[in-house]
Design a protein around this ligand. Structure first.
Ligand SMILES: [Zn+2]
Ligand SMILES: [Zn+2]
Length: 453
């Protein structure tokens, strides 16, 4: 707690005079990559099998039970700290579940004095809103940073149970310090981002990026489709193939979520009505992709699965659907492509580890996807692509260097240079060692001494 309240670079205060909610604000200039706050002592650490993949929006009863039990069995002093964190209002069905698990936890405990039902229920809500996806809850202030869909700071893991907040870019005095609670879903469209935040953290996001795309001042780059007037679609709403693959000069429309127009094409100047068939298709296809993305089949974390082929097939199908109807620059297409790239990199890493042969074709494909994604992620600022693709770039570099000819080595170094600044400032030591060794391998004379152009 002391590190938090004694900070000389930020303060906690009300977000605005009209709002009761608090936020963290810079009190002095904070240069990019400054560590703003570190905490390695979580108040609560759920067993690992109860953690959920990032951006999972569910609050299963099993998890709520653990929150209630942990609270009831903790020291009175710790309980007090726990209750000081914010507890948002929950939807009715969840309130019932919270009360049920709280009553159960209280009836089964032998501790004395027991906390009240009201405080136990409040503690469960606090944990639901403030627990990180890895099951850790901190009281120090890590949870006090508000969310933004275009944040100026980021949460990063430190030690096993630790996290810190680092500045993503220079932050000026008086500016609110914000982080994203969304993981890679921060690159999803506005309505999807807001739905996740509402269902998992129980608030309506009103960050700049969300508000701007609502009033169509600056449509969100994540919802971009080829203009249906410049590029007429087939009767089944499919894009011409050369448009989907960007073999011609494509005119894109960035879609706004609300308002009388869904967007305007800069080339033909036509206004797209929200009821236009291509918007209806966009909605349908996006929903389908989303349900695929949140299904267990889309998880790349279980490579030993028997059904890898089946998963890949489904993934290819989703990619084809998304690409042929939404085009290559829509966030739904990008999210499926991320899966494809992760899978490819996983396989390349596996081969590097066991000394298998990496086919030039598979590497070329990964490189092609990664390049496209890199450009796209860059739409959210300086560190967009680096943040989303650092590990994948390192895999590609490693594979290139493994070919051992000078040309591949030089190309491998270029991939490291793309993400070097990001990795040096923000990634784990493991990844930093990895890039140092790739640069060492790739360097000619001077064995590992870096030569910058
Ligand atoms: Zn937002
Ligand atoms: Zn047009």
């Amino acid at each position: 707690m002391s590190t938090f309240s004694n900070s000389t670079i930020f303060e906690v205060k009300q977000v605005s005079s009209t709002s009761s909610s608090q936020g963290v604000f810079a009190t002095s200039p904070i240069p990019a990559s400054t560590t703003i706050l570190t905490d390695s002592n979580p108040l609560l650490a759920l067993p690992i099998n109860h953690t959920l993949p990032s951006t999972s929006i569910s609050h299963p009863e099993e998890k709520l039970k653990l929150y209630a039990q942990s609270f009831v069995n903790s020291e009175p002093g710790e309980r007090q700290k726990w209750l000081e964190l914010c507890a948002p209002e929950l939807p009715k069905d969840l309130v019932q579940m919270v009360n049920k698990v709280s009553e159960e936890a209280l009836s089964f405990t032998l501790v004395s004095p027991k906390p009240t039902l009201t405080s136990t229920a409040r503690a469960v809500v606090v944990a639901m809103a403030n627990c990180f996806e890895d099951g850790l809850l901190y009281v120090s202030g890590l949870s006090r940073f508000n969310h933004s869909c275009n944040p100026n700071a980021i949460y990063l893991p430190t030690s096993q149970n630790g996290k810190h907040v680092k500045a993503l870019r220079d932050i000026t005095p008086g500016e609110e310090i914000t982080v994203s609670y969304l993981g890679l879903k921060v690159y999803a469209g506005r309505s999807e981002r807001r739905r996740i935040l509402l269902e998992s953290k129980f608030f309506q996001c009103s960050c700049r990026r969300c508000l701007d795309s609502k009033v169509s001042l600056r449509p969100d780059f994540t919802r971009t489709i080829p203009c249906p007037f410049c590029h007429p679609r087939s009767s089944s709403h499919a894009l011409p193939e050369e448009v989907a693959w960007e073999e011609v000069d494509v005119s894109y429309i960035q879609l706004a979520d609300e308002g009388e127009s869904a967007g305007v094409c800069k080339r033909c100047n036509t206004t797209l009505a929200p009821s236009h068939p291509c918007i209806v298709t966009e909605d349908k296809v996006t929903k389908k992709i989303l349900s695929f993305l949140s299904s267990p089949e889309s998880s790349t974390s279980s490579p030993d699965d028997m059904d890898v082929d089946e998963d890949t097939e489904m993934e290819d199908e989703m990619y084809a659907l998304s690409l042929s109807t939404l085009g290559p620059r829509h966030w739904a297409t990008v999210q499926v492509q991320m899966l494809t790239l992760d899978r490819a990199c996983h396989e390349i890493n596996r081969k590097l580890l066991v000394g298998g042969t990496i086919e030039e074709v598979e590497l070329a494909e990964a490189i092609d996807v990664c390049e496209r994604l890199f450009d796209w992620f860059g739409g959210l600022g300086k560190f967009g692509g680096d943040r989303a693709l650092a590990k994948q770039c390192v895999t590609i570099a490693r594979a290139l260097v493994s070919f051992e000819d000078d040309k591949s080595k030089a190309y491998g170094r270029q991939w490291i240079e793309k993400v070097e600044e990001w990795i040096t400032n923000f990634e784990s030591e493991g990844l930093q060692i990895a890039i140092a060794s790739i640069k060492g391998d790739g360097g000619q004379e001077g064995g590992g001494k870096k030569k910058r152009r």
